[in-house]
Design a protein around this ligand. Structure first.
Ligand SMILES: [Fe+2]
Ligand SMILES: [Fe+2]
Length: 331
């Protein structure tokens, strides 16, 4: 009868086959190894014997709704193995009808089990990444007391701008992409930590060689970030790495190809860097610094308009100005 479904038992993942009452009809070897139960011990029992109170009630509710509707369902279960260890897994359950009888085939994917036995959801991972990057960025540039305000503001405005730009031009950036761009924007000048203070904070015009050294902060920044991520070597951070590198390396490139370090043109400059460059310049102009007065909003807006297609991507500037018009940029 379930012969047609036997094929699923050959999968490398833990697999379970039940009847509509969730009574276990078959499990594969991977399931036996993972849970510690042999087929003999578990066949005929209800699949719920592995249940723990850690799986939210709604999860079972949603699963049952999907099963009743005859559709497949995926979710996260925290079950208990025979030796009482917790087992966090994502499971996909698919109903199959064979000769008029319905069977459920469940395929488990083990989630990385953390030492404390808790499963971190995406939201929490995002928050942890965000705070680590913040501490990292601020501590690297601690020599300039005004920098913390600038970094936090760049991050805040980048978040607003990415969301607005994504909506206006229907870029279909995911929630993760958006938070990765905003989180990594705080690192844009991390390479400045390696530039001598005498040059970095020099009042007055810079000599050519001093300018060249300052411009190196983009390349040094990527080097720093490569070392940090190599040290962390954790999947948690991998996804953010390429966004962070693009922002650090290219936030001084200009749309017309006259920026640094690689004189990239137009859309060759990654979008995340085009976005951060508008925000970075906006905040630099509108903030008061020891060596300069702050610009008025009117002159800053006029400057951004003039620099469309020169320094900046016109569409990004338009998105930014639309936020200003809507009064959404906190001043
Ligand atoms: Fe910079
Ligand atoms: Fe900056």
């Amino acid at each position: 009868m379930i012969n047609n479904l036997q094929i699923f038992l050959a999968l490398a993942d833990a697999v379970i086959i039940t009847d509509v009452e969730h009574r276990i009809l078959a499990v594969n070897e991977s399931y036996e190894i993972t849970t510690g139960y042999s087929s003999d011990q578990i066949i005929g029992k209800k699949a719920g014997i592995l249940r723990t109170p850690y799986t939210p009630k709604e999860t079972y509710l949603h699963m049952r709704e999907a099963m009743n509707a005859g559709s497949s369902w995926s979710g996260v279960f925290t079950n208990r193995k025979k030796n009482h260890d917790l087992w966090h897994s994502s499971i996909t359950i698919t109903p199959f009808v064979v000769e008029g009888i319905t069977y459920y085939v469940g395929v488990f994917r083990e989630l990385e089990q953390l030492e404390r036995g808790s499963y971190l959801n995406e939201d929490r991972i995002g928050k942890i990444q965000g705070s680590l990057l913040k501490v990292l960025a601020i501590s690297c540039e601690i020599r300039d007391p005004s920098i913390e305000t600038h970094l936090l503001r760049v991050q805040q405005l980048t978040q607003l701008l990415v969301i607005r730009h994504n909506e206006r031009y229907q870029l279909s950036l995911s929630v993760e992409d958006i938070s990765h761009i905003a989180n990594s924007s705080i690192l844009h000048d991390i390479g400045k930590s390696a530039i001598p203070e005498g040059i970095l904070y020099k009042p007055g015009p810079l000599a050519d060689y001093e300018r060249i050294i300052i411009e190196m902060h983009t390349l040094i920044g990527v080097d720093i970030i490569n070392k940090i991520y190599a040290e962390l070597d954790d999947e948690l951070f991998k996804s953010e790495l390429s966004m962070a590198k693009n922002i650090i390396l290219y936030h001084h490139e200009k749309w017309n190809g006259t920026g640094y370090p690689h004189q990239l043109h137009g859309v060759d400059i990654p979008l995340e860097a085009r976005i951060v460059s508008v925000v970075d310049v906006f905040d630099a102009l509108t903030a008061k610094r020891p060596y300069k007065e702050k610009w008025s909003i009117e002159s800053t807006v006029q400057y951004l308009e003039e620099q469309k297609g020169q320094h900046f991507d016109s569409e990004v500037v338009d998105s930014f100005l639309s936020l200003l018009e809507d009064g959404l940029i906190p001043m």
